[in-house]
Design a protein around this ligand. Structure first.
Ligand code: ADP
Ligand code: MG
Ligand code: MG
Length: 209
């Protein structure tokens, strides 16, 4: 079972990872975008974390919904609505729950991915967050269908996500600002895919601790 405390630590761990590596994210975005992904994510998640004490006694769905609302209202760039939608749809999938089974975590991640797909209309291979979320959800689903627990499923999801983020480097960007560069986007790892990988890795870090 993934507890509410672990979900709160997940969000905190992700926010810390972003804060400590904000410049790296911004460097990635400087190469193929407008050099603000680190700044956007850090601002949004700092605000989201600041809201957590007000909802810490609520269910996991309410906690994720608060994160979503804060991200949507505080991040200006593409990543605000996209991460906001991820957390909004994730929150609906686990509404009312105080702890999550592996199946619940699967539904949460799958709903989040569907939300980003619906909102951003990116396809696999477009050099976006989708190139991390999709292989991660597939790996997680496969592990759950084989009867593995949340920790094992998350280990496989993060391994797939790590490969996914590396795979964005040779891609031509088809969505977002990076798409303006066309072939010149080749050779650069996607910033949003990178932060998405950290999001999943942060959950694994909490489950392993
Ligand atoms: P902006 O591009 O508005 O400055 P950010 O720099 O914060 O916003 O976020 C850029 C990231 O958003 C990209 O690296 C990419 O992963 C992601 N992104 C952009 N457009 C889409 C989309 N349509 N679908 C999924 N992800 C996208
Ligand atoms: Mg940007
Ligand atoms: Mg921007």
């Amino acid at each position: 079972m993934v507890t509410k405390e672990q979900i709160l630590r997940w969000l905190q761990t992700f926010a810390t990872q972003i804060e400590q590596n904000k410049d790296y994210l911004t460097e990635l975005d400087a190469a193929i975008g407008d050099a603000d992904h680190g700044i956007n994510m850090d601002r949004g998640f700092k605000k989201a974390i600041a809201q957590l004490p007000t909802v810490a006694d609520k269910d996991i769905g309410s906690i994720l919904k608060t994160v979503s609302m804060t991200l949507i209202s505080s991040i200006g760039g593409a990543s605000g609505p996209l991460y906001g939608t991820f957390f909004l749809r994730a929150s609906t999938a686990v509404a009312g729950k105080q702890e999550l089974t592996a199946e619940d975590v699967l539904e949460m991640l799958k709903a989040g991915l569907d939300g980003v797909l619906g909102r951003g209309k990116a396809q696999l291979g477009d050099k976006t967050m989708i190139d991390v979320l999709t292989p991660a959800v597939i790996a997680f689903q496969e592990a759950v269908s084989q009867g593995q627990d949340t920790l094992e499923a998350m280990q496989r999801a993060v391994a797939a996500a790590e490969q996914g983020v590396k795979d964005t480097a040779p891609m031509i960007a088809k969505k977002g600002r990076a798409s303006y560069l066309g072939e010149r986007s080749i050779g650069h790892q996607d910033p949003g895919a990178t932060s998405c990988y950290w999001m999943l890795k942060s959950l694994l870090t909490v489950l392993e601790s």
